[in-house]
Design a protein around this ligand. Sequence first.
Ligand SMILES: [Zn+2]
Length: 368
Amino acid sequence: MRFGPLYAGAPPSPLSVHRHKYASEPACTTAYLDAAASGTFEKPAACADCGQEWVPLRPGHSPEARHVRTSVAIDSTKHTAKPGQLFSRRRLRSTLPIRDDSGRLAGHAVATFTGEVTGDEALVDSLATLQRVRIGGRKTSHGAVTIAFSDTGATQLWVRDDGVLVFALSSPAIFVDAEGRPTNAPTDGELSRVLGCDATVVKAWTRWDTVGGWHGASGLPKPTETVVTAGSTYAVRLADPPRANLAALVAQGVGLRRHEGFGHIGHYLMPTRSAAEVEAAAESLAASVTEDDLLPFVAFRYAQGVIPADLADAIRAAAADDSLVAEAAALARRYGGAFTGARDAKKAEQLLALPPAKVNAIVTRLEQ
Ligand SMILES: [Zn+2]
C-alpha cells in the first residue's frame, strides 16, 4: 500500500509546462505550453498568436492555508501561565477563505485535501470504512478529518509516439549518484531495472529544495535531505516501449525513502483554464471582432441573414483540424453556387488562415 501526498487543490503541474509571461490574450490558441511535448524538448521562444515570451510555470501556493497560533506555557503546579514562556505552532486552518473574482472575501469553505492511495483493492476498501481519523501532530486536539474515497483508476503514464516516456513527480524525490551525492534525476540503471528495458533520461525539468521533518513516534528530527520538488518532470527514452513495465514504475516510485512518501509518480496533469476564464475569453474575443474583420465574410450569411449551421460546424471543425479545410471550402463553394461559389471557397480558406480562436469568434458573430 502506498500513500501519496495530500494537496489542497491540484498537485503541482509538471515543471516542463510554460505559461505566458503576462496574461494570455483572448486570441491565443493555448494558455500553456509543455516543452515535454516538443521533439527537441525546447519551448518555442514566443507564443505564435500574441508574441509573448513563454516562461516556466511557478508552483502555486496558498499562504492563507497556514496559520500561526501563539500560546503561553502553563506551570504544572500553579496552573497559571509561566512568565515569559510563549510558544507558537504553525497549523493548517480547518476552513479556507473563498474569494470572488475581484479578490473580496465571499465566505469560507471546509479545507479539503486530496491524495492518492494505491495498493491491494481489499486493503484500500477497508480504509474507506474508517471513521474518526486524525492526521498530523498533536492529535488529541488537532487533525480530525472525515475521509471520502473515489476510484481514479490506475495512473496512466504518457509515452510519446517516438517512444519517449514522460512522467512527473507528485511528491518530492531524493536521488543520489554512485558516490552518494545528490542528483536531480533517477539513474538510467534504476529506471532500466524497474522498467525491464533499457531507459535513458534525456531531459529533466527540476527544482531543488530541502525537506526535513519530525518523526512523531520516536520524538526525533528526521534527517534533512536535498530533494527535487513535486512537479519535477523527466523525459526518458525507452529502448523497447511495448516491453516497458510502466505499472511497476508507478507502483514503486523513484529515488530513496520511497516508503516515507518520497518519489511518487502522479497522473500527468496539464494546468487548465477554468470554465469561467475560457468563457470570458471567448466572449471578449467575440466582442473584439470588428466590422472590418467581419466584412470579408458576411457573404457566408446565406440563410436568412445568418451562416448556415452545417457551414459553421464545418469551419469550426477545420479551425481545429487543418485536414478539414478543403471540406469546409467545398461546402462554401456549394452554398455560393455557380455565381459566387469559387469566390466563397477562397474566402473560407482565407478565414481558416486566421488563428483558430479568431475563426471561432468570427463564426459566432456570423451566427448572430
Ligand atoms: Zn499568446
